[in-house]
Write a protein that binds this ligand. Structure first.
Ligand code: DP6
Length: 361
């Protein structure tokens, strides 16, 4: 799929009645991190993620009749309320893809969205939100213009559109493990959209991801701002090279079922992401003392117990603890008795390997 695959059609006549579509789409956790972008939302390095199961956004998009064409008109509802800040980001995205979907200015749009995960935990997921919206847009586009695509072509189209909303969102369209960004380690990989990883040892389909909440407040530097700080970063060249190598190595670990290799690459990526933040020209730190305590403890506990546990971090202080189904009981004990011991509310979100978005009729 390339830019020229979007003919950019207009509706022949105004809609006579509202048309609605609903999708639910999950978030994903990056194992090799996307950090730095260029051009029209193109990544500077390949990334690899696991699609999750429980952190889901459900989005209903309705196109309503409109008499005359004009600027994008969006009525945005989040969790049953009008949310200006989020609505503004969604509007900006819709305006930016008007060249791809010219019909966006021929209808009025109503977007109703809610998350299945508690917003009290401060896990705002642009990945689930933009992938769900992209799926709705692609469904409407197919319906308006009688476009027939097979399942894989449809997901690819939605991945392409999701990328334009939020880079990491393009990886949420597929089950399991996904790569976004061209890499010689995976034929067919692309900067324009994500592709699913097909060769995965069954042990990795039993991965759990428990998010240990360190701080639920909004982070002081957004991901989008963090990507900007990679421009002119002195480590850029080395980082791009490292991400390519880590992607290849992780693909190999996933294929062969090599847990040790998986753990060492995943932690290396988490440390690198935060090191890049700290060493950018306008350096910043998103880890908190408790983040450092937990990740240090995870490494110690792995040595002491022999359990296959490891951590990754997103652009924030919360720790994603990764572990396998067969050790779930022992790990849960460690979470409660040790890793969350300073967390009065025991705040965590349990998630796991997921099977991708679902259309809701
Ligand atoms: C640290 O996808 O949120 O989570 O493209 O600006 O929307 P935008 O950024 P975003 O960046 C995610 C960064 C990350 C790593 C990752 O998910 O790969």
């Amino acid at each position: 799929m390339t830019d020229s695959d979007f003919p950019g059609s207009k509706l022949a006549s105004a809609l006579s009645q509202p048309v609605s579509v609903t999708w639910q789409s999950p978030s994903n956790i990056a194992l090799v991190k996307y950090w730095g972008k260029t051009g029209r939302q193109l990544p500077v390095n390949p990334s690899l993620s696991m699609t999750l199961s429980n952190a889901i956004t459900v989005t209903k998009l309705t196109a309503l009749p409109r008499e005359t064409e004009g600027p994008v008109e969006l009525d945005f509802w989040f969790e049953g309320n009008q949310n200006e800040a989020f609505g503004a980001r969604m509007s900006k995205f819709l305006v930016s893809i008007n060249d791809i979907f010219p019909w966006l200015t021929q209808v009025r749009l109503k977007l109703e969205t809610h998350n299945t995960f508690p917003h009290s935990a401060g896990i705002a997921s642009s990945a689930s939100a933009f992938s769900a919206l992209a799926l709705c847009l692609c469904s409407l586009d197919n319906e308006f213009f009688n476009i027939v695509l097979d399942e894989s072509e449809f997901r690819s189209k939605a991945s392409y559109i999701a990328r334009l909303g939020s880079g990491s969102a393009c990886r949420s369209l597929f089950p399991g493990f996904t790569v976004w960004g061209k890499t010689k380690s995976l034929p067919g990989s692309s900067d324009l959209l994500a592709v699913p990883v097909s060769e995965v040892h069954p042990v990795f389909t039993t991965l759990n991801d428990t998010i240990l909440i360190v701080n639920k407040k909004e982070k002081p530097v957004s991901s989008s701002e963090g990507h900007n700080r990679m421009v002119g970063h002195s480590f850029t060249e080395a980082r791009i090279k490292q991400a390519g190598i880590n992607t290849g190595e992780l693909l190999d670990a996933l294929k062969t079922g090599n847990k040790q290799k998986f753990i060492s690459i995943v932690e290396n990526e988490a440390f690198t992401l935060h090191a890049l933040m700290m060493t950018s020209a306008d350096g910043f730190m998103l880890m908190e003392p408790e983040t450092v305590r937990i990740i240090t403890r995870v490494q110690q506990l792995r040595k002491e117990t022999g359990l296959n546990i490891c951590f990754t971090l997103d652009a924030g202080p919360n720790v994603h603890l990764l572990y396998f189904e067969d050790e779930i009981e022992q790990v849960n004990k460690l979470i409660v008795e040790d890793l969350l011991k300073n967390n009065e509310q025991n705040l965590r979100i349990n998630d796991l390997y997921g099977t991708g978005p679902i259309k809701i009729n």
